[in-house]
Design a protein around this ligand. Structure first.
Ligand code: AMP
Length: 398
């Protein structure tokens, strides 16, 4: 049973439901380039429609700094949302005040209204009680389906939860269930893949994970810093030389807590950082001065695969190599495929997310066979770092 209040406990029939969603969609030339975030909120919206709620959507878009501006308007998104939900979505040009109030009053049961960008008002990010009260006037119940914004204590992500009966939407619930299963009450052994460019952005994450998991498998550019810390020559690889001592203390801290840090034993190296650059496979002891490590080598990938076969849970953040440049996506693809096969065979729970991880796993073709892929960037990372997410805490059962 979930430790959060969910739609199962909410009385929504005929009620005005303020539903916080994530519509901060990637756009290219005014068009939505990836509608995944819309797809994730459709189940909650459809359920509320089916239960006869009057649905008032709250969301932010971009980072407007000086009040309303057309570039950050949510207006163009209403129509796309309507297409995904299968019914029209009305739009109000403000999220509080007379325009919003009139649009909410006009809503009938089962109808949907999208309010303009909450960040057009300063009170959103300052969580101003006056702004929270203005928003709260528009609803009887608050539902939060935007896990990806839950690391911020803003008016629409946290403040409202203290003003109205508050519940997790189905997308939020799925995310919380997946993250709880991965890190709070996981089946052991647990492995974490931590890859990506730099150690400096992942220190807190490594510290927290080393207290919670059995293996931390390090990949990507950040592995180079760990290799350098062990006295290996990494040539012109991306490497944070000033963090070698930190890397050593991460290893020592993990070891003291019974967590094994797994580093590459071989690598794919090239002289240039570009797709299809001439490359070779070498043991990590034999990287030349003019070479850079761009991917995991095959021996390392097999070793990671073998560890995953002994594990019951995997948390994954960050690619194993420069996955945007072929063929340096091979290591990420290989391990992703094995993780997906183990997931489908029922022996591994796989939860992945954060930044480039979603693109890397989608590109590998294995992502849709993972147990759960989080589209949340910052919020997913903060959860991995062990931080309290204010928007989530406000939904916890007391
Ligand atoms: P992050 O956002 O920290 O997860 O890092 C993702 C980025 O790390 C991607 O753009 C990758 O291309 C990059 N990356 C991964 N491995 C390497 C590597 N060995 N050398 C340089 N960049 C890398």
């Amino acid at each position: 049973m979930s430790s959060f209040r969910t739609l199962d406990q909410a009385d929504v029939a005929g009620k005005r439901v303020l539903l916080r969603v994530d519509l901060n969609l990637p756009m290219e030339n005014g068009r939505i380039s990836d509608a995944t975030r819309i797809e994730r909120i459709v189940p909650t919206i459809r359920e509320l429609v089916g239960r006869g709620a009057r649905i008032v959507l709250l969301a932010h878009f971009g980072r407007p700094k000086n009040g309303p501006d057309e570039a950050n308007s949510l207006k163009p998104i209403a129509a796309a949302l309507g297409e995904h939900v299968g019914q029209p979505v009305a739009f109000a040009a403000d999220c509080v005040g007379p325009q919003a109030e009139a649009a909410v009053s006009a809503l009938k049961e089962g109808q949907i209204l999208l309010l303009e960008n909450t960040r057009f008002h300063k009170g959103e990010e300052t969580n101003d009680p006056v702004f929270v009260a203005e928003l709260a006037k528009l609803g009887d119940v608050y539902v939060n389906d935007a896990f990806s914004a839950a690391h911020r204590a803003h008016a629409s992500t946290e403040g409202l939860a203290h003003k109205l009966p508050a519940f997790a939407g189905r997308g939020m619930q799925a995310e919380l269930d997946a993250l709880t299963a991965a890190l709070e009450t996981p089946k052991r052994p647990v492995a974490a893949v931590v890859g990506g460019a730099k150690v400096s952005t992942k220190l807190e994450l490594l510290g927290n994970l080393s207290r919670k998991v059995d293996y931390i498998i390090i990949g990507g550019g950040m592995a180079n810093t760990f290799l350098a810390a062990q006295g290996k020559k990494v040539g012109k690889s991306l490497c944070e030389k000033d963090l070698v001592d930190t890397a050593l203390s991460v290893i020592a801290q993990a070891k003291a807590g019974g967590c094994e840090i797994v580093l590459p034993v071989d690598a794919v190296v090239a002289q240039e950082f570009k797709a299809h650059a001439a490359h070779r496979v070498v043991d990590v002891d034999h990287v030349l001065d003019d070479e850079m490590i761009l991917d995991l080598g095959p021996k390392s990938a097999s070793r990671v695969d073998a560890i995953l076969r002994t594990c019951k849970t995997l948390v994954w953040n960050g690619p194993f190599g420069a996955f945007e440049l072929q063929p340096f996506d091979a290591g990420t693809n290989e391990v992703a495929r094995v993780a997906a096969d183990l997931t489908q065979a029922g022996s591994l729970v796989t939860v992945a997310g954060g930044g480039d991880t979603v693109s890397a796993l989608n590109q590998s073709g294995a992502g849709d066979r993972f147990t759960y892929i989080s589209t949340a960037g910052g919020a997913f990372l903060e959860w991995l770092e062990g931080k309290v997410l204010p928007g989530v805490e406000a939904l916890r059962k007391s």
